[in-house]
Design a protein around this ligand. Structure first.
Ligand code: ADP
Ligand code: MG
Length: 561
């Protein structure tokens, strides 16, 4: 049970504020998360990590000398937004480029990838290594599909030590990739965890049983069995991990991780069996860690991780680190940072715009006002549609996004923004506030559309068509879904094609294309979801249209110019 909170929707923000207050000598809050409060040398690679909250000490607990320069802090168990990642990286950056790293989950990949693209556009070299250590979540052949769990600590520690030692961005990427490839984890869970404000746990495990291969958000495991005595549990974990032991590997860092509700004493009991087993198998253990490393709120359970070392990785594993959640070696001398961090979110000025473009931006406000009202009317309907096979948040996501976009649009227009800048601000706000996969994609799509418009002139019919195409291309490239996967693309693709093929004036062509999008959205009822949250319960969704496709068609009908 999660018991101590105020407004559950503010849990992550309240947690972050308390953490930064406590560790004010080490970390400082910025838009989207926290960065080091201490000086770092000019030209150092900035290591920026992150993910959802509820996993402490991952991720914000690992900001400090020897590890991360910044951590992006999402809501409980949900990916931070693109805007949050971009803001934290911008604040942490010191001229040596940005190294992004996080556990492998679709929402995080989407948002960190989009942020990486924006950082590169800003002129900041940025590279990413995604952590994928959970051996039960995909086979060795599909290693890149594995989830990231306690291996996060390994990869962040290695990257942090390398950056601190003066490696350049490519050098940090190289050792971090090598560390990820050499890291293998396996978890069991005895009981579920409860989100702040919820009365029921996210999942349950029957008494006396354990989930084998459970994920850190309660994702189903590969099986369930009776709880074993500690020594037999140790054998099960060790044997399974040794099946993936690389050729000739002898030295390994070993992690026993508690998922949040399992006591340190229990972990010591487990270690008392794990260590002799590894010894017998000829594994030389280097600086093992036993404790809470990546938790899952109050979930009870443990995981074991083996990180196979080579001499360079071993040196980096043993290098000093001084963070609130992970310490190693002698204390590192630090001085308090004097410069103020760049706040990417604080810049609210807009480039000069022509009167024609400003007038078009004003029309966007009118469209945005209609849209927000219509989406509120349909909020419940979209929520119910998403609850059939998804998680029921789509109605809320669309109204949150549309409300935030309208606020940002209004503010931009009042500040004299042209249509391109106003739409970009709306996209940013939508992506930052909507939540969910569709929120990140809507935000990115609106920003891409803005890129095809200008602040100098009112958009022509051709420019609007190009903007819609740019949005579609962005969704295809970042969402990685295809036509027929049962997503909003099944409405947006026919919409875009119809708009491009219809050479009547924009208003007539748009209305006709919106009708086509509506038909295609309804026709998704016959499809089986092949991507996104609805995929695991795919068969339930048959006979019902895709919520994202239906809402997109409604937006297009409402937005007709
Ligand atoms: P979440 O799935 O994260 O809860 P929402 O419920 O707001 O997000 O949105 C669900 C909708 O998002 C789906 O109905 C689908 O249309 C769309 N969607 C999900 N994944 C993708 C993707 N990879 N590409 C395009 N659209 C997607
Ligand atoms: Mg949803």
């Amino acid at each position: 049970m999660t018991t101590v909170f105020n407004d559950p929707t503010q849990f992550a923000q309240d947690m972050l504020a308390g953490f930064c207050r406590l560790h004010a000598d080490t970390v400082e809050p910025v838009t989207g998360g926290a960065i080091r409060a201490t000086e770092t040398p000019e030209g150092k690679v900035a290591v920026v990590i992150g993910g959802g909250s509820g996993h402490y000490p991952a991720f914000v607990g690992w900001v400090g000398p020897g590890m991360a320069d910044g951590a992006v802090v999402g809501n409980v168990f949900s990916s931070p937004s693109t805007q949050q990642v971009h803001a934290v990286a911008t604040a942490a950056e010191r001229g040596g480029g940005v190294f992004l790293s996080y556990g492998n989950y679709a929402g995080d990949v989407l948002n960190f990838d989009l942020a990486q693209e924006r950082l590169i556009t800003d002129g900041i070299p940025t590279k990413t290594v995604v952590v994928s250590d959970d051996i039960t979540s995909a086979s060795t052949e599909e290693r890149h599909k594995r989830r990231g769990t306690a291996g996060d600590l390994v990869v962040f520690k290695i990257a942090g030590a390398a950056a601190e030692a003066g490696y350049d961005l490519d050098g940090v990427v190289e050792v971090a990739e090598r560390a990820n490839d050499a890291t293998f984890s396996f978890a069991v869970a005895f009981a579920g965890c409860t989100l702040p404000g919820d009365s029921e746990p996210l999942f349950t495990v029957p008494a006396g049983r354990m989930g084998v291969g459970m994920g850190v958000h309660g994702e189903p495991g590969i099986g369930e069995q009776d709880v074993l005595p500690a020594s037999e549990l140790a054998t099960m974990l060790v044997d399974k991990l040794l099946t993936e032991r690389p050729e000739g590997a002898t030295r390994a860092a070993v992690l026993v991780n508690g998922l949040g509700g399992t006591k340190y004493e229990e972990m010591f009991v487990l270690w008392n069996s794990v260590a002799p087993l590894l010894d017998e198998a000829g594994v030389e253990m280097v600086a093992p860690e036993v404790g809470e490393l990546i938790t899952s709120l109050d979930m009870t359970g443990v995981s074991l991780t083996l990180f196979w070392l080579d001499p360079e990785l071993e040196e980096l594993w043993l290098a000093p680190a001084q963070t609130p959640g992970f310490r190693r070696g002698a204390a590192v001398a630090t001085t308090r940072r004097t410069r103020t961090a760049t706040d990417a979110a604080a810049d609210t000025s807009f480039p000069p715009a022509s009167e024609a473009s400003q007038a078009s931006a004003q029309r966007l406000v009118e469209i945005g006002t209609r849209l927000a009202a219509v989406l509120h009317e349909h909020e419940e309907e979209f929520g119910k549609l998403d609850a059939i096979a998804g998680d029921g948040d789509h109605g809320r996501g669309m109204t949150n996004g549309a409300d935030a976009a309208l606020n940002a649009l209004t503010a931009a227009v009042n500040a004299g923004a042209g249509v391109a800048s106003a739409l970009a601000a709306a996209g940013d706000a939508w992506g930052d506030r909507a939540g969910g996969t569709s929120g990140a994609l809507w935000g990115a799509g609106l920003r891409a559309a803005a890129g095809a418009l200008s602040d100098e002139e009112a958009p022509s019919g051709a420019a609007v068509r190009a903007a819609v195409r740019a949005a579609l291309d962005q969704l295809l490239s970042y969402g990685k879904a295809e036509r027929g996967d049962k997503t909003m693309l099944d409405a947006l693709i026919p919409f875009t094609e119809a708009l491009e093929q219809d050479d009547r004036d924009l208003s007539a062509a748009w209305s006709a294309a919106a009708d086509i999008a509506t038909e295609h959205a309804q026709a998704t009822a016959d499809l089986t979801p092949r991507i996104g949250r609805a995929r695991p319960l795919a068969e339930r969704s048959i006979g019902h249209p895709d919520p994202g496709a239906v809402s997109l068609a409604l937006v297009m009908r409402t937005a007709a110019p």
